[in-house]
Write a protein of this length. Structure first.
Length: 386
């Protein structure tokens, strides 16, 4: 059957239901992260000679134990704000600045200067910053983020290239940028492009590498080619897992064809999404006008992804047998907004009741870190398990 989905291994939490119920007894909402899964995903990405350096995009999940684990696995860390930089050096005071990238967007001048003072690798992504703050850049080394003219990813709000996106120097200004950089003796030692998040086709990164190499050859001082993050994870039951073998093969081929540069990637989601679950408790079960709803003790305040990107996360009732008879429910949170829906039309046990524990799957990336206190509801707790 061409095109049939390969069978998927059961998720890590399937064998740990009792243990997760115990965690839920300590209080919900609660994120639980599975370190073995983080390690496994990290090793999957590092398992090719075509990638020289991996930097974890900490915006996806800056939990200190996750950062320490990834650094142990040989990852560097990619930061986008002064807050993220301070966080990584607070969590990992011994970390060499050579293992940290600073890739901000529209940051104030002092954040670039703070990053240079820390000795991390700084990425610039427009010419105006050079023109306006020449003394910040004079005589330094930096990487340059380019807009290759198109975006990609699971939703318009996470596509980071093309005219509609605020990121990156457009290619039309590449020459002018290089001239301005030369005048300041700013050496461009890396070229960077990240086109978006949740990209499913594995050849994307080799294409980006090819485009950046052609430009790097024009610069003459480039050592690293950063082809971004954005590798997808299969959130829905019918999604294909990311084709890591094809990803590796594509990169190996293109690197062999255009050698001489360090290949850098900066994934976030791929490393942590499947390693995290959100545990919630059922508050009320209500029928209105024929629609059955399960209410949980947190919703868009704990996990924004469904409400802002229409993202789909699996939802399971851990308190009932996996084969219990089901009915179709909407799963909603307690926030005073109609968009506070975690899942539409989900088959869940018909006898779901108050205090049952719900598990929201694949919530390890852009979950806790985007949680908020809207309606003055408390932030979720976080546990890490082996
Ligand atoms: N590098 C840069 C420059 C980025 O802007 C991002 C993500 C990454 C790397 C990591 O991308 P990843 O491998 O995680 O796809 N909140 C959204 C995703 C926003 C991504 C922002 N930038 C979501 O929940 O889908």
């Amino acid at each position: 059957l061409d095109g049939a989905l390969p069978p998927r291994p059961a998720p890590w939490w399937d064998g740990l239901r009792e243990r997760l119920l115990e965690h839920a007894r300590a209080g919900t909402p609660r994120y639980v992260y599975h370190l073995d899964t983080v390690r496994q995903r990290a090793r999957d990405l590092r398992g090719t000679n075509a990638v020289d350096r991996c930097f974890f995009a900490i915006k996806a999940n800056p939990h200190p134990v996750i950062l320490a684990t990834l650094v142990e696995e040989g990852f560097g860390l990619e930061c986008v704000s002064a807050g993220e930089l301070a966080h990584v050096f607070r969590c990992l005071p011994e970390l060499s600045p050579s293992r940290v990238l600073f890739t901000p967007s529209f940051a104030p001048r002092r954040e670039y200067e703070d990053a240079f003072a820390r000795g991390v690798t700084v990425t610039i992504d427009n010419i105006e910053a050079l023109e306006r703050w020449p003394e910040t850049w004079r005589g330094r080394e930096a990487w340059l983020r380019l807009d290759l003219g198109r975006g990609d990813g699971h939703h318009a709000k996470v596509r980071t290239g093309g005219v509609a996106a605020k990121f990156g120097l457009p290619l039309a200004r590449f020459e002018a940028f290089l001239q301005a950089a030369r005048a300041l003796e700013l050496r461009i030692t890396g070229l960077h492009a990240h086109l978006g998040s949740g990209i499913e086709h594995p050849q994307h990164w080799r294409e980006v590498y090819g485009e950046l190499v052609a430009l790097a050859d024009q610069v003459g001082t480039v050592e690293s080619i950063d082809i971004g993050g954005g590798m997808s994870v299969p959130y829905t039951p019918d999604a294909r897992p990311f084709d890591l073998a094809a990803w590796r093969a594509g990169l190996e081929e293109v690197k062999a064809a255009c050698p001489g540069y360090q290949v850098v990637v900066e994934p976030g989601r791929y490393v942590v999404a499947e390693a995290g679950v959100l545990l919630l408790s059922v508050t009320q079960v209500v029928e209105k006008d024929g629609v059955h709803r399960i209410g949980a003790d947190a919703g868009m305040n704990a996990l924004m992804r469904p409400s802002i990107y229409d993202a789909w996360h699996g939802i399971h009732n851990l308190s009932r047998p996996a084969d219990a008879p089901t009915r179709v429910f909407d799963v909603v949170g307690p926030i005073c907004e109609s968009g506070d829906v975690l899942g539409h039309a989900r088959a869940l046990p018909v006898d779901t009741e108050e205090d049952d524990v719900l598990l929201v799957a694949d919530a390890g990336a852009y979950g806790m870190v985007m949680a908020n206190t809207y309606n003055l509801r408390a932030l979720p707790a976080e546990d890490v398990i082996e």
